[in-house]
Design a protein. Structure first.
Length: 254
């Protein structure tokens, strides 16, 4: 896919991995629509990217709000790409330290945001892309975000791991579902990245997390995630694949 002039929706694009991806896409000449929560820095992020970028306040679990974000992307230009980065983590043990059952409401909330939200974005983006005319055999591409926790969840990560394993499982099925529509689906499973979530941790903890990565022994940089997302969009033979981006890290139990 040639990204020059193409409209791309980036969910969670106001910060972290999403913002880095939005910046890289804008640098490649794409027209970027940032979809993020109303309280996010989405407006200032879009202003930073330039006059062809825009921000649409949208909760990825809300069908009406996400449809509005997809419609905005279609109005901005030829909507052929979506990079879905929105999500969150939470700690829930199956049985907590006091012997109580883990929080079902918290588990459901994370599943709803990370997994149901991914499917909501995917289905709405794909339906819009299916209306495109093919260019070099493609109508569009969707990149989802999982995590290596979807393979090796740590203690207390039950909701997060379940949701990200679900995204990994969705990837190939979605690619097969959409094959006749000429729409590709891939997923990136990042390891420990230097995002705003980790920025709040003490430097000693951040250094320890980076040192646990075999090579390079550091936290991942959001720009590295962005470059892979853009490569997936540009490489027409990548489809149905979940790509680990983790410096060969395999998570231990804690």
């Amino acid at each position: 896919m040639n990204l020059q002039g193409v409209s791309v929706l980036v969910t969670g694009g106001a910060s972290g991995l999403g913002l880095a991806t939005a910046r890289e896409l804008a640098r490649r000449g794409a027209r970027v629509v940032i979809g993020d929560l109303p309280a996010s820095a989405g407006q200032s992020a879009a202003a930073e990217l330039g006059p062809t970028a825009r921000f649409v306040a949208a909760d990825v679990t809300d069908p009406t709000q996400m449809q509005a974000a997809v419609d905005a992307a279609a109005e901005t230009g030829a909507f052929r790409a979506c990079v879905h980065c929105a999500g969150r983590a939470a700690t829930v043990r199956v049985v907590d330290k006091e012997g109580n059952p883990g929080s079902l409401s918290e588990y459901e909330a994370v599943i709803r945001l990370n997994l149901v939200g991914s499917f909501n974005v995917l289905r709405l983006a794909a339906a819009a892309m299916a209306k495109n005319d093919p260019i070099e055999g493609e109508l569009g591409t969707v990149v989802l975000t999982a995590s290596i926790a979807g393979y090796e969840g740590q203690i207390g990560q039950s909701p997060y791991t379940s949701s990200k394993a679900g995204v990994i499982g969705l990837t190939l099925v979605a690619a097969r579902d959409l094959a006749t529509r000429l729409i590709r689906v891939c997923t990136i499973a990042p390891g420990t990245f230097d995002t705003p979530l980790l920025a709040s941790l003490p430097e000693s903890v951040r250094a320890s997390l980076g040192a646990a990565v075999p090579n390079p022994a550091r936290l991942g940089r959001p720009e590295e995630f962005a470059k892979l997302a853009v490569h997936i969009l540009e490489n027409a033979y990548l489809n149905g694949e979940t790509i680990r981006l983790d410096g060969a890290l395999r998570m231990g139990p804690r």
